[in-house]
Unconditional design. Sequence first.
Length: 237
Amino acid sequence: MFEGNPDPQIAADRIEREVSRAFLAVVERGQDLAAMMEAKRFAVVFAAYRDGRLSLLPFLDSSYPGLSALSRALTAPGETAELQQAVTRAQPTIFSAARDLPAHHGQAGAPALIAEETSIVLPVHSPCGRRGLIALSGPDMSVEEDRSMRAHLRAFALFRAACQLRAPEPRAGHGLSKRDIECLRLTADGLTSEQIAERLGLSVHTANQYVSAAAEKLDAVNRMHAVAKALRAGIIS
C-alpha cells in the first residue's frame, strides 16, 4: 500500500487525515441540508436490529467529532415508539410541542425531541439495504411541505455518502473474541495497556496481545485505527 515500508504511525496518521477529510465533507453536506430547512443542527443515525429489537446508532452530526443533543435524543436508551415507527414510515415525522403544525405529516403531534425546538426526522435507506434517519432540528425550522419534500430527496444522498464512510456490518464479530472486544472497548475509553491489564486481571503482555489480535482481525494499522473501525462497525459503542 505504501512504498518503502514507512513507519506504521506515519501510515496511521495518513489514514486518519484521509478519513477526517471524508467525514468533514459529509458534515458540510449535512450543514447545507440543515441550512435549507433553517435548522440549527442535523444528525445521521443508523438503524440496526440487535437481539430482535430495532436500535438507533449515532454516526455523524453537526457537532462532529463530538455528539450533538439531537443525536443523543434520537439514540437514547428506550427510544420512543414514534422514533421506532419513523424508521419504517415513508413520510417524514415532525417532533414538536407546537399544536399548529401542517397536516401533511402523519406524526405531527409527536413530543419534541429537544425542548423549544421543532425536529423533522426523514427516513432513509441505501441501495445496499441499510436503513436510518436524517434528522434536522431548530427553534425556527421550516416544515413547509415543498421544502420538506426537497429536503427528503437530499437526505437520501446524504445517507448514501454516510454509508460509504461506515464500515460493513460486523460479520459474526469479525472473528473477535469476547476478550478482544473488551480490550478494544477499554482502549476506546482511553485506558492504557497497564490499566486494561489491571481492570481485567491480565498481564500487560496478554492485554497487548488481545489488542494486537483485534487490530489484525480488523485489518487495522494500529490500536487506535482498530478502535475507530470497531466503533464505525458497531462492534463497540
